[in-house]
Design a protein. Structure first.
Length: 28
């Protein structure tokens, strides 16, 4: 397993934030 690139990490965080935001908006 090679070291994760900052690019991919940023993308992952962005996706996570988007999913969490959508879940919070839809839940409320």
């Amino acid at each position: 397993m090679h070291r994760p690139s900052p690019h991919r990490l940023a993308l992952l965080i962005a996706v996570l934030l988007a999913v969490i935001g959508l879940a919070a908006c839809g839940d409320d």
